[in-house]
Design a protein. Structure first.
Length: 268
């Protein structure tokens, strides 16, 4: 019985330390607000536009956007949302057939491919929200793929709202300098800085606070983990990982002790 109770607290701890999308993102209130505002102004306000979200891995870019999209699901129901992870595409140019498929268009080839998409995105219809995660994968010789995508919201009568997420901070400076010459200008930029020690501590505390009973991980240990991770990368996924592994180690130790513990009353 004892182990069953203790066991569930470790199971629960490991569960809450998984890198899922939480209800509220600690230390990302400003970024969440900017994302919400952008969708409000552009998708709901029927104004084409683009947003470039940058930040190192584990700084909450995808989690924040996923949270905002979940929260705004009902409001966005009148528009078409397409989510593509560019890591899963064979080559930068594969983004075009993938998008055509999502929009229910016949997949064309060559120049026609881009033209049919352009035609579709400037014709009458609901707003299209295109989210491209791991955008850095679309860098190509001459950057034609990135240029094409970021120029679409600037076309007359466009109904495209583009959100690109990437690790590189300078992708727009490096690859999309030509867009600056356009009167509509470059995409709006949003940068996610690495999490600080305090933010990581709060993230870990909030997650583990969901487990009933005594704290599973000591507060000093959480702070130690947060300090180490923030010094190296500020990657929240790394911090959650380290804690989850620590809980696994303790769980195995406790399991070993519980099995060897003599039963009360001297029974064998």
């Amino acid at each position: 019985q004892l182990f069953r109770q203790e066991g569930t607290c470790y199971q629960q701890a490991k569960q809450v330390l998984h890198a899922a999308v939480p209800d509220r993102l600690q230390g990302r209130e400003r970024e969440t607000g900017i994302l919400r505002q952008f969708l409000q102004e552009h998708v709901l306000g029927h104004r084409p536009g683009s947003l470039y979200v940058s930040g190192a891995p584990g700084t909450g870019k995808t989690a924040c956007l996923s949270r905002v999209l979940l929260d705004c699901k009902d409001k966005l129901a009148g528009s078409k949302t397409v989510l593509l992870n560019c890591m899963a595409l064979g080559s930068p140019h594969s983004v075009f057939p993938a998008l055509a498929k999502h929009l229910g268009l016949p997949v064309a080839t060559g120049r026609e491919r881009v033209r049919s998409l352009e035609k579709h995105l400037t014709a009458q219809g609901p707003m299209v929200l295109l989210v491209l995660d791991e955008l850095d994968q679309l860098e190509s010789k001459g950057q034609d793929v990135l240029y094409t995508l970021f120029e679409w919201p600037q076309l007359p009568r466009s109904r495209l709202v583009l959100v690109g997420l990437a690790n590189a901070l300078d992708l727009t400076d490096r690859s999309l300098a030509r867009l600056k010459a356009h009167p509509a200008g470059s995409p709006q930029l949003l940068h996610f800085t690495p999490y600080t020690k305090e933010q990581l501590t709060r993230i870990l505390q909030e997650r583990l606070g969901q487990v009933a009973g005594d704290p599973v991980v000591d507060s000093a240990a959480l702070q130690f983990c947060a300090r180490k991770v923030s010094a190296v990368s500020g990657d929240a996924r790394k911090a959650l990982d380290v804690c989850r592994r620590a809980v696994e180690v303790v769980e195995l130790e406790v399991r070993g002790q519980t099995l060897l513990k003599p039963l009360p009353g001297g029974e064998s």
